[in-house]
Design a binder for this molecule. Sequence first.
Ligand code: BES
Ligand code: MN
Ligand code: ZN
Length: 510
Amino acid sequence: MTALTLSTAGAATLRADALVVGVAKGVKGPVLAPGSEAVDKAFDGKLAAVLATLGATGAEGELTKLPAASGLKAPVVVAVGLGPVPDKEDAYDAEALRRAAGTAARALSGSKKAGFALPAGSVEDAAAVAEGALLGSYAFTAYQGGENKLAPKDSGPKQPLAEVALLGGKPRDKAYKAAVERALALVEEINRARDLINTPPNDLYPESFAAVATAAGKEHGVKVQVLDEKALVKGGFGGILGVGQGSANGPRLVKLAYTHPKAEKTLAFVGKGITYDSGGISLKPAGHNETMKCDMSGAAAVFAAVVTAARLGLKVNVTGWLALAENMPSGNATRPGDVLRMYSGKTVEVLNTDAEGRLVLGDALTRASEEKPDAIVDVATLTGAMVLALGNRTFGIMANDDAFRTSIHEIAEEVGEASWPMPLPADLRKGMDSPTADIANMGERMGGGLVAGLFLKEFVGEGIAWAHLDIAGPAFHEGAPYGYTPKGGTGSAVRTLVRLAERTADGDLG
Ligand code: BES
Ligand code: MN
Ligand code: ZN
């Protein structure tokens, strides 16, 4: 991955391919952000005026490249927009810094080294710039650069920016060093989640996902247990088996356990891991299945969060449950009308095999509940209805505990992930009444995201605080890249889960 250093050099002396500065939108034109002083000095204090001449305004997402003034050791200056000048001169919003750093990093793909002279006066600012620059330095190129035997060799895909040098921080300060270490571990794991999401489903299926988890667990001190089909049958995991039985690639339930000897609390994270969602016998129409390799984004997020917690050595136990299956139609597939017996003992009438996420999650939630964690958070690309409700960039939060839902919402906000609290209205439960089984896997169409949440709730153990994050919107980005968000897998919810673990470790939550 991209390297990150806290530079001891100043912006004027750093040898790099480019220097990045921040520019905000002021009432009278672009205003340079703190951190850019040495670069501005090389322009005789006229950098803001030069940028204005070039048409820069400081708007968010804006990027201006210009040749560096003499005296600088880098040939190019990249000015990125931060949006409106904050009320307090140096109080730039962390997410604005993250996005600006990401925009710059993306524009610098193919370069070796860039100095980031964005605000770094506080550890929080430096951490945001580090995260944004690293998240923006991502490219999924594993399947590109194939050589055409009959054509001349081309240069292949552009590689991400190779080295980020953070300027203006305190390289010898413990807190700065820790922030850099944290950003590196966090983003490496987010990028691993992105890779898993982007990997095509002919290569990423339950068994191969479990193998990746096993290897990463070994490397980072996380205990990994894999239940294969035989073990799932023995254990009575009817939901996971019912979803997976139509595929030649059998399902798995993976348990990841990170423990700290002095931990006082245990968190359980549960991820939906449908490595491909064709819809099954209730087959999705063309136009709705091209991106369904992303249906394991919840499991990827959980995996990334548990490994990050381990790498940071957080004083909390974190257990991850990856409910992995491929949802395919075949002669062995579950039919609409079949009844499954879930791990909890409850029976479910499957009315629509495309409502498969709640079936694998139901089993995993019950299994997670057996270990009596202090709280459970599940993450899932669960419903199209949530995308209709909140759009492509915001995930919904449902919970059986209002205070816990509020905490998760605040944490997401703090780490720069857009989310919104959603209710679990009890009246929607009766739509899932089944004449044949204890519950049906479908209910009313209206409020479909909440119906799915109500279904999951029935598989959570009594008295355990539980939240459900429906990331169907933000998990996979189909539009043009922006800020630090690339096309494809985004790593949605990892930052929220990691901060929840950190807060729990610090005793900041109940
Ligand atoms: N994986 C889909 C949900 C989804 C939709 C994820 C769009 C990402 C983007 C899920 O399994 C699904 O098919 N849900 C159905 C449920 C319905 C049949 C009750 C849906 O939302 O249409
Ligand atoms: Mn589905
Ligand atoms: Zn699905």
